[in-house]
Design a protein around this ligand. Structure first.
Ligand code: CA
Ligand code: CA
Length: 654
């Protein structure tokens, strides 16, 4: 039975005995003191085998290992997704990333962030009287409304997104103005809501672990008399890795090992500060990571051994993260937990520990306190959904993992980079359902689907319920429970459009995730904002656009305007040609205007391009708009060779 509830019951009983008066203020001083402090240390791109107790051999991590020796280590602990923003959004909301629509890795040009309607861990704990601080990488939106202070944190020092989102080349010198990286603004170091410094060089990067650690230590000292939640999401060991002077060359095994030693030092500083302030017995420390190693960075990446693949894939090397927890007196020392658990379970676990109410909106996490306490036969999370970028890649129940057909980023068969330079990605394909027994085959090498059809069927049902709930871009399914991200462009503008209510035929398929309100989106009199994820845009991936509007009557003297979004950072390009034609019979079309858009140059702006023509002295009933997509992203672009997008929101006829 749950200890927190027990103590609440006995408190209630004591109140009854003492009479009504003493019940008026249940949050007594004693109660406050007994609330544990929570320290959550979150490493970026850490490999499963990058700490000593999980198999690192090149260097030692005595402080992290100490947490394991004095607490529990989880062998089957998952980040919700093998990429930064999605993983962090899930951690802080207790939801699969798909439920709250924060996917991928946001950057300096993103228009979305964590929705203010969501309740995240610090907001929940603040209501319980906790002081809350974050020192490190946020990555849930860099606009002010998304930054930590607007979401329940009292204090923040850190980077708003990844440390490689900066105008600096892989060699550490300012990026060439022709290169994609030169698009980035200087990488800001933020305190509360203010930029206080710029991270401009590798020397600046080398200070980050120390800065975050010192801030965290100060935070603990400042709040030693009340319960606190300290979130320490390090920028390391995400590339570009860098280490301070005190650890340079210390491992003798290269820069990555030095950086890991510094991360371990940071953990030691936290433990030491807790001890010096008499807080270590009443503090839960959790050490985990957002996703596995970025293996194409070679010697600047960690190792996921013995797991398959790494960051960006949902083979175990992507989401399974080495996790240790220490809470003296509560978590039995030196224990190992092999049950499934996830970062999304931390929010409800913290709620149980602190007596906080769960968020009003539905979440996916379950309390794993029984696992932490070593309760025999406890298994609060029997299954796990492996989503990546809106795609349901796999599901797990107990020891079985069912992998659905999909293509994935692979690190197999390609030469990794060296010394900070990335190597290329390979591409892997799963063409038929695969089944793995993770209890015997942690490396996912032996597909057992044909031997266990009954287990395949069982897990398929779990997949179906995931899809019904949270959707699946592989099967073009929308989930019933998916919520919106936070957005900065909210105003919707209504315009008059003679074509509203008329017939429209769209000849090419738009992507279901950018499907607005269906075909009528283009003539509904509502225009899109600069945010391509708002519901007013239709997105066409790697295809042209051809639209025919039937005005159902002959008319003349019309103005025709069509609008396209340009947001090259999100792979959305201007059409290279727009042709507007008209017809009275729907068969014989007369071209009235061709716009040739010459340049595919780099464009830093997010903008809406309008193509407008007056059609005079011509009878019109049918209007055809054809827009030519550049089809593939140009060579200079980040997504070179990938499919380019065309986004259109309205064809206005007046
Ligand atoms: Ca990461
Ligand atoms: Ca529209």
């Amino acid at each position: 039975m749950n200890k927190i509830k027990l103590s609440a019951i006995s408190l209630g009983l004591a109140c009854l005995l003492l009479g009504f008066q003493s019940c008026k203020n249940p949050a007594s001083k004693d109660n406050e003191i007994s609330k544990p402090n929570i320290v959550l240390i979150f490493i970026d791109d850490l490999g499963y085998a990058d700490i000593g107790c999980f198999g690192a051999t090149d260097y030692q991590t005595p402080n992290i290992d100490r947490l394991a020796n004095e607490g529990v280590h989880f062998t089957d602990f998952y980040a919700s997704q093998a990429v930064c923003s999605a993983s962090r959004a899930a951690l802080l909301t207790g939801c699969y990333s798909e439920r709250i629509s924060v996917l991928g890795a946001l950057n300096a040009f993103s228009n979305i962030g964590i929705n203010p309607e969501e309740t995240i861990i610090p907001e929940m704990l603040k209501k319980q009287g906790y002081a809350t601080g974050i020192f490190g990488k946020w990555h849930l939106g860099h606009h002010k409304e998304f930054l930590p202070l607007q979401h329940g944190f009292d204090e923040y020092v850190g980077l708003p997104y990844s440390n490689d989102m900066w105008p600096v080349g892989y060699d550490g010198v300012p990026a060439d103005t022709n290169s994609w990286k030169s698009n980035y603004p200087p990488l800001p170091l933020i305190e509360d809501n203010r930029v206080i410094d710029t991270i401009a060089t590798l020397e600046d990067q080398a200070k980050l672990t120390t800065i975050y650690t010192e801030k965290a230590v100060q935070f603990i000292k400042n709040h030693k008399d009340k319960p606190f939640f300290l979130y320490l999401p390090h920028s390391m060991v995400h590339v570009p890795i860098a280490v301070s002077e005190k650890f340079k060359g210390k491992s003798g095994r290269g820069l990555f090992a030095d950086v890991m030693m510094e991360v371990d030092w940071s953990v030691g500083e936290i433990i030491k500060t807790l001890e010096e302030n008499g807080l270590d017995d009443n503090t839960l420390i959790i050490f985990t990571a957002d996703n596995g190693p970025w293996l194409n960075f070679g010697n600047h990446a960690g190792s996921a051994d013995p797991l398959r693949e790494g960051k960006g894939s949902m083979w175990e090397g992507g989401p399974r993260v080495s996790t240790v927890m220490r809470w003296p007196g509560k978590i039995p020392a030196g224990t190992e937990c092999n049950q499934i658990a996830s970062t999304i379970d931390l929010l409800p676990t913290f709620a149980e520990i602190t007596g906080a109410s769960l968020p009003e909106k539905e979440i996916d996490g379950v309390s794993i306190l029984p696992l932490m306490e070593g309760e025999k036969d406890a298994n609060p999370r029997e299954q796990f959904y492996y989503y990546y970028g809106g795609k349901l890649i796999a599901v797990r129940k107990d020891n079985w993992k069912l992998v659905f057909p999909h293509s994935y980023r692979s690190y197999v068969g390609v030469e990794p980079g060296m010394n900070g330079l990335p190597g290329p990605y390979g591409k892997g394909i799963v063409s038929e359902i695969e089944l793995y027994d993770l209890s015997n085959d942690i490396s996912e090498t032996n597909n057992l689907a044909s031997q266990h059809p009954e287990i395949v069927e069982q897990l398929k049902i779990i997949g179906d319920s995931a899809r019904a709930e949270l959707g699946d871009r592989i099967q073009n399914k929308k989930g019933r429970a998916v919520r919106e991200p936070g957005r900065i462009y909210k105003e919707k503008e209504k315009i008059s459009n003679f074509a509203t209510g008329k017939n429209i035929l769209i000849k090419n398929m738009y992507a279901h995730q950018y499907s607005g309100n269906g075909d009528e989106t283009l003539i509904d009199g509502a225009i899109g904002s600069l945010d391509f994820t708002d519901k007013e845009w239709l997105g066409f991936q790697g295809t042209d656009v051809e639209v025919i509007i039937d005005l159902k009557e002959k008319t003349k003297d019309k103005q025709i305007e069509c609008r396209f979004l340009v947001n090259q950072r999100s792979w959305i390009f201007s059409p290279e040609k727009v042709v507007i034609s008209v017809s009275v019979n729907g068969k014989d079309y007369k071209e009235v205007k061709t716009f040739n858009i010459a340049a595919r140059k780099q464009n830093r702006n997010i903008e809406i391009k309008k193509f407008k023509i007056d059609v005079r002295n011509t009878k019109v009933r049918f209007i055809k708009v054809q827009a030519k997509n550049i089809i593939t992203c140009p060579n200079w672009h980040d997504g070179a060779g990938g499919k380019a997008w065309l986004f259109i929101d309205e064809i206005i006829i007046n």
